[in-house]
Design a binder for this molecule. Structure first.
Ligand SMILES: CCCCCCCCCCCCCCCC(=O)SCCNC(=O)CCNC(=O)[C@H](O)C(C)(C)COP(=O)(O)OP(=O)(O)OC[C@H]1O[C@@H](n2cnc3c(N)ncnc32)[C@H](O)[C@@H]1OP(=O)(O)O
Ligand SMILES: Cc1cc2nc3c(=O)[nH]c(=O)nc-3n(C[C@H](O)[C@H](O)[C@H](O)COP(=O)(O)OP(=O)(O)OC[C@H]3O[C@@H](n4cnc5c(N)ncnc54)[C@H](O)[C@@H]3O)c2cc1C
Length: 649
């Protein structure tokens, strides 16, 4: 590439491994990289020349996203993109760090319909939904309850006379509140409501509900609906509210795969699947981990590391060039553990997707044994990785100094999208406690001699009481350290005498320890499988740093029971710093390997060519506040102060 910043050019000439090989590894093979690049070229042709998001109002952002949605759907059809990955690659460039107003249609409405609907219901609604002749969302959360689903108040009362359900919002707190795309975009929703039949409450069930007229898009009589107003972020999506006033829907529109209401009002449950109506949440949590890496951690550290290679600041030695800020050890200590985390979360996300599809397949065959483990693991990892991503992005922003605070850095857009994931799809503390609930039960089972498998098999293993860490820092010894910590936390979190709430801080730590152990072991297994020696070396260094940083940060957990000795802890600190120097040489290449387009990253600081300053100046000049030179606000408010004689007011 012509005209690349010389510092960045030098970084790229000095690497020790093939970036292309690492990109192929991250993609899952060379053929995937090739196909992804092909789809991205198609997307760039269509979407690269848009208006700058930073200079738009909220309403403009929503309208532009709707316009892009229509174009993205057309592109997918024109180019025959139907596989989920291909559609994702195109959408990612159409909506970088944004959400489409119809995001929930694909992410939750369709999966709920296909998983919870009967064959007839799927046959009736799916073809329409796939052609976008109906657009739906997932309406569960209410103003008064999001976490505690059993506390939801919207009712669906069966009327056997008319064979209809009457949907009603009995209180202010029962208004559905938050569903994405509910405010203005969707004309349908799957509404989660308490089912009442023959005077009995059967708990939360899903109902297919038409909200707006097919002809006019006006809300149907009995429905009050709207946008909930500006939020922290997600300006492109109309999170909404809806209130039902005795709104009737046909009996056939309760999604009845797992439970039915017969014509006479008899309730029939035809599954042993526990919490069957919670299924789609497990799906989204399982998928989120990968997207947190690819849309959050990886672009954020790409920005901060490229910028740190371009930025020079302060004087180390008189009359020499100011150093690149990437050469400061403190800067490396801020950024390289984040780089390592981006890789760790990415590999874990890939693994989690695989496990989800395996277990989902088993459930379709009637085998539900692994669902509790999947629920626990996806809940815990969703919480751990979204919290990790949020604080890492903030740390990347801080590492870019003043320019990090400008919208030109790209951080605000990335941060507000990622931090939302700490709340939606289950608030993080609550999700850690769900994970802990499973771990405690499993630990108690293991204590009674039950042999465990999968992610919890370590609870029935013998764990070492002394760490095997030496100056070699084998990945196995690091995995072992995390296994020991996780085991110890499960043991102290499961005191049956103590009440749940009194123990809940420890329980969240137990869940985190379990998830950390899982992440380190996934990372280790990926490194072990890498064939190319040079790639294996750099990815292995990242794995070591990921583990050592966490040991150092949580040193108490490892030394308290004498598992890691003081001497070993000194070695840990020494190795951590020496890894910073090792990784320094390849840092830019390690972010290049994510193979992101500038259009996706959306950051002047993180540009591939490193031409930061000239572009920053051009961008600032294009700010609407700079046109016209003298603003009307001057005449109205400043002139009377600055120049009272000239003021016309
Ligand atoms: C990322 C970067 C940018 C991306 C940029 C673009 C993308 C942008 C996308 C935007 C996409 C936004 C999408 C947000 C969409 C929502 O946020 S939708 C709403 C999501 N809502 C939630 O997640 C609610 C969280 N709350 C819950 O899940 C439940 O109420 C709780 C906390 C699990 C408790 O439920 P409960 O009924 O009280 O259950 P509880 O008594 O605790 O447990 C009973 C049993 O059920 C089990 N159980 C509970 N849940 C489950 C389950 N799901 N499965 C199986 N078993 C379960 C328990 O383990 C327990 O088992 P046992 O111990 O008895 O054996
Ligand atoms: C951007 C965004 C998009 C969303 N999209 C949708 C959507 O499409 N559809 C939909 O239905 N919903 C959606 N939601 C709602 C979301 O799922 C809920 O907000 C979320 O599940 C958290 O529930 P809550 O708001 O009730 O939090 P609360 O439960 O009120 O949390 C507040 C605090 O209480 C604590 N707390 C609550 N219960 C416990 C407990 N048992 N133990 C310990 N601590 C507890 C939490 O840890 C937290 O600190 C969205 C939310 C956001 C922010």
């Amino acid at each position: 590439m012509a005209n690349v910043n010389p510092d960045l050019r030098k970084e790229r000439e000095n690497g020790t491994f093939s970036v292309e090989k690492l990109t192929n590894l991250l993609d899952g093979g060379k053929h995937v990289t090739d196909r992804r690049r092909h789809v991205e070229r198609l997307a760039l042709n269509e979407f690269s020349k848009g208006e700058d998001y930073n200079f738009m109002s909220r309403k403009e952002r929503y309208i532009s996203a709707l316009h892009k949605t229509e174009r993205a759907l057309r592109c997918c059809k024109e180019y025959g993109l139907t596989k989920p990955d291909e559609v994702y690659w195109l959408w990612q460039l159409a909506f970088p760090h944004e959400a489409s107003p119809i995001q929930l249609h694909g992410d939750m409405f369709l999966p709920t319909l296909t998983r919870q609907g009967t064959e007839e219901q799927v046959n009736k609604y799916l073809p329409l939904a796939e052609k976008y002749q109906i657009i739906g969302t997932y309406a569960q959360t209410e103003m008064g309850h999001g976490t505690f689903i059993r506390g939801l108040e919207t009712t669906a009362t069966y009327d056997p006379q008319t064979e209809e359900f009457i949907l009603h919002s009995p209180t202010l707190t029962s208004l559905k509140w938050w569903p994405g795309g509910l405010g203005k975009t969707s004309n349908y929703a799957i509404v989660m409501a308490l089912l009442y039949t023959n005077g009995k409450n059967y708990g939360m069930h899903p109902f297919m509900v038409q909200l707006r007229s097919h002809e006019t898009h006006e809300p149907l009589p009995g429905i009050t609906i709207g946008d909930i107003g500006p939020k922290f972020g997600f300006d492109t999506i109309d999170n909404g509210f809806v209130q039902f006033d005795h709104f009737r829907i046909p009996r056939e529109d309760m999604l009845m795969k797992y439970s039915q209401v017969l014509k006479d009002g008899t309730y029939v449950k035809s599954t042993k699947l526990k919490k069957s109506s919670y299924g789609v949440m497990v799906l989204v949590r399982s998928m989120l981990i990968y997207y947190l890496a690819i849309q959050g951690l990886a672009p954020a550290c790409t920005i901060a590391i490229r910028y740190s290679a371009v930025r020079r600041q302060s004087e180390q030695t008189k009359s020499q060039l100011e150093p690149q800020i990437l050469d400061y050890q403190t800067q490396q200590y801020k950024l390289f553990p984040i780089l390592a985390s981006a890789y760790a979360v990415l590999f874990t996300g890939v693994k989690m997707k695989e496990i989800y599809y395996e277990v989902d397949n088993e459930i379709q065959q009637g085998h539900t044994e692994r669902l509790p483990e999947l629920h626990a693991l996806s809940s815990g990892l969703k919480a751990l990785t979204s919290s990790m991503a949020s604080w890492c992005i903030e740390r990347c922003r801080l590492a870019c100094g003043g320019h990090g605070y400008s919208a030109a850095s790209g951080f605000p857009k990335i941060y507000v999208a990622v931090t939302a994931a700490c709340t939606y799809e289950g608030e993080n503390t609550v999700m850690l406690l769900q994970c802990a609930r499973y771990l405690i039960k499993t630990y108690q089972g293991a204590s009674n001699g039950k042999k465990l498998s999968g992610s919890v098999s370590y609870l029935s293993d013998k764990v070492n009481s002394r760490s095997t860490i030496t100056s070699e820092f084998s990945l196995k010894s690091l995995v072992d350290a995390f296994k020991h910590r996780a085991f110890r936390f499960q043991a102290c979190g499961s005191d049956p005498e103590d009440s749940w709430n009194r123990n809940s801080v420890v329980l969240t730590k137990a869940a985190e320890a379990h998830c950390y152990y899982y992440m380190v072991s996934v990372f280790e297994s990926v490194v072990e499988a890498v064939e190319d020696d040079a790639v294996k070396r750099v990815v292995g260094q990242l794995c070591q740093l990921f583990a050592l940083f966490a040991i150092h940060e949580n040193a108490g957990d490892f030394v308290q029971d004498g598992f890691i000795s003081n001497d070993q802890m000194e070695l840990v600190k020494w190795k951590e710093l020496s890894l910073l120097s090792d990784i320094r040489r390849n840092a830019v290449l390690l972010v290049d390997a994510f193979d992101f387009h500038d259009e996706f990253i959306g950051s002047i600081l993180g540009r591939f060519d490193g031409n930061v300053y000239a572009n920053l100046f051009e961008w600032a000049k294009s700010s609407p506040l700079n046109k016209p030179e003298v603003q009307e606000s001057y005449i109205k408010y400043l002139q009377p102060l600055l120049n009272p004689n000239k003021s016309k007011l």
